[in-house]
Structures are given as C-alpha cells and as structure tokens.
Design a protein around this ligand. Structure first.
Ligand code: CO
Ligand code: ZN
Length: 369
C-alpha cells in the first residue's frame, strides 16, 4: 500500500510548481502527471483538450468518483514584438498588474526553448509624483529579453503566441514546514490529487483522478472530463484563501495556514460559485474526524473551483472540495504549509477508499416511484 509522506509530497510539489504550464499550454505538467499516475492506474488516457484521466477500478463495479486537480497556472502570452525587441503581452487568467512589476519571467517558445526576461516599465525617476502612486496597466508594461531588434527576438524562437510565467523556484522560508513559490494554485491541489490516487486502496467505487486543463480561464477541462466520466460524486482539490496575515481581522481569515485542509461550504461572490453538496461535505468531515485528520470548514467570499462546473454535469453531480489554504494566491510568492498538502491527500485517499457504491449511487439520484 502506498504511503503518503511529507517528503514525497514535497518532491512532487517542487517538480510540478517549477514546471511551466499556463492555461492551454499544460504539456510539461501533463508529462509529469502521466509518469506519476501510470503505475497506479488500471486504465488511463488524455482527452482532446489535454485532461489526464486515470482510473482505479472499484471492487463493486458500480459508482464513480471523480477527483479533479487543475494543471494550469496563470501566465502571460506575447501579443506584439516591437522594432526594438520589446514584447507586449496579454494575461492568461487572473493576473494582477500589482504583482507583475519587477518580476523575472520565463518564456517558453513553440520549440520548447526557455528564455528569461524581466517585466519592465518606465523608470520611476522620470515619472510625475501622481504617476508614481498608480499601478501601471498591462498595456504600459513589456517583457525585456535583452534583445535590440525584432529579428533578434525571432531568432531565439520567441514569436507572437509564446507564453510566459513567473520565474520562481519552490523553497522553504523561515519554517521547515512552509514553502513558497509560483503556481501553488493549483500544483498543490494537483500534487494532493496524484498522491491521493496512488494511496487509494480497497475502493468499492471506480476512482477517476483527473488532472484538468484550463481551470483558470473558465473551468473548461473539468467540464468535458465530467461529461466523459459521468461521475456519481466528485471532489475538486484546489487552493483556498488563507488571509490569516498581518492587518486582516480574524473574521476575514477564511482559513488558516497549517490547520488542515478546508472543507468548503460555499464559494464565489454571494455563494454564486459552488454550494457544496451537504451529504458529501458531511462525509468528508465524518472521515476527517474518524481518522484524526485536522481540518477546517470554509465559507469563501470569492473565487471558485472545478467543482462548480462538475456539479452541473448532465443531470447534476453531488460535489464538494478539499482545499489547501494558501496565502498570496496568484502571485509569485504563494505560500502553503506542507502538512495541509499531506492531510488533504490523506483525506481524499480515505474518502475515495471508504465510500460505498451504495452511498455514492444513493446521493446522486433518489427514485421516488
Ligand atoms: Co487560480
Ligand atoms: Zn485554482
């Protein structure tokens, strides 16, 4: 039986977090995930959008559980190259101007070559005082790759449509349990999905682990994967807001770092994201209590996950989420606590292994007569 450990989880997270994979360009992440899941899957495929789907057959041959962790990260896409070799770009997903300035980025060319650049803008010394107070817009920023002409840029393989992400390694900060890096949204949820799938044992239901594409640009991969699988119950594994930081009052923390995975009640503005299926949510809490897995309950005021689109598949799917608390989401300095990753993976593995086919089928449809 596969054992989920902090060390294995960290190694996998490091590999996933440092790889380049903005929405629609998840190739590098997909390769890692395929290699990781292959030895543990009874069957496995990649669909036309690029979702990786791995199946572990259940002992009862009925009931399907879908686990979803998204592979994509937010990023940039080159939209224009000027005569002097400066690159203009558009965002992929929710990229904030506030975190772009002063960053190093890595650009990946169509041929797979990797080029380093920096995000530049007008120097502060020549700005007017009122300009200095404002965050420049994306249209006023550019990527500087150190070239001096468009021809030179093209020679190194960068073209319109080349993609870029923050350049950042995954590393420990002050504590031996806390790591920081880019794309922890959602490589941490993806790592938890992969580790949970490996550890699933004695399952009655068929367990489908799905590494989804294009979550950050509209939950697209999860939508088609759910259609293909027709799950009876589903869990998404993603980050959630941990705003337990200086200057934020306790009632706005949402979740706390290191207090265990969060089991969601609702998300999205005014609960317009997911309203977690109460029976699935209660089952997660029950299993967490039974196996002494630390956990917290969250009501998130914004953002959502793959679960909200899977819930709307065909005639509806009872769905919930297991979230990993993360500070500074969508920045190059996202922070998570490794124990939250390990516990999220353990909770998901136990849920997948312990639910009965009968339970899964009974919540997805209640026949009246
Ligand atoms: Co996100
Ligand atoms: Zn996410």
């Amino acid at each position: 039986m596969y054992e989920i450990t902090r060390d294995r989880a960290f190694q996998l997270l490091k590999k996933l977090s440092e790889a380049i994979g903005p929405s629609g360009f998840e190739d590098s992440i997909r390769e890692i995930v395929v290699d990781e899941l292959r030895p543990y899957a009874d069957s496995m495929w990649v669909d036309s959008l690029g979702n990786v789907i791995a199946v572990k057959k259940g002992s009862r041959g009925s009931g399907r559980l879908m686990l979803a962790g998204h592979m994509d990260e937010i990023g940039l896409i080159v939209s224009h190259i000027d005569q002097r070799g400066f690159l203009r770009f558009q965002p992929i997903g929710g990229v904030s101007e506030r975190v772009l300035l002063g960053q190093r980025v890595i650009i990946k060319t169509r041929e797979g070559r990797v080029v380093r650049g920096v995000i530049g803008s007008k120097p502060p010394h020549i700005m007017k005082p009122e300009e200095l107070k404002q965050v420049p817009e994306i249209k006023d920023m550019y990527i500087d790759v150190g070239t001096s002409s468009r021809e030179e840029v093209e020679k190194i393989g960068i073209s319109i449509g080349s993609i870029a992400v923050f350049e950042r390694d995954l590393s420990f900060i002050g504590s031996s349990d806390i790591v920081t890096g880019k794309a922890l949204d959602d490589r941490v949820g993806l790592a938890a999905t992969v580790e949970a799938f490996k550890a699933v044992d004695g399952n009655e239901v068929d367990v489908y682990a799905v590494a989804t594409v294009q979550e950050e640009v509209g939950l697209k991969g999860a939508r088609v994967a759910a259609y293909s699988i027709t799950p009876d119950v589903a869990l998404a594994l993603d980050v959630t807001i941990a705003s337990d930081v200086a200057g934020v009052p306790e009632q706005e923390w949402i979740t706390q770092l290191g207090r265990g995975p969060a089991i969601k009640v609702v998300d999205g503005r005014a609960a317009t994201g997911l309203i977690a299926h109460p029976t699935v949510r209660d089952k997660l809490v029950e299993i967490a209590r039974q196996y002494n897995i630390p956990h917290q309950v969250e009501v998130a005021p914004g953002g959502t996950t793959d679960a909200s689109i899977i819930a709307l598949n065909k005639e509806g799917v009872p769905a919930a989420t297991v979230s990993i608390p993360s500070r500074y989401i969508h920045s190059p300095v996202e922070i998570i606590h490794l124990s939250d990753l390990v516990n999220a993976a353990k909770l998901t593995a136990l849920f997948s292994s312990k639910i009965s086919s009968e339970w899964a089928l009974s919540i997805s449809k209640r026949v009246i007569k």
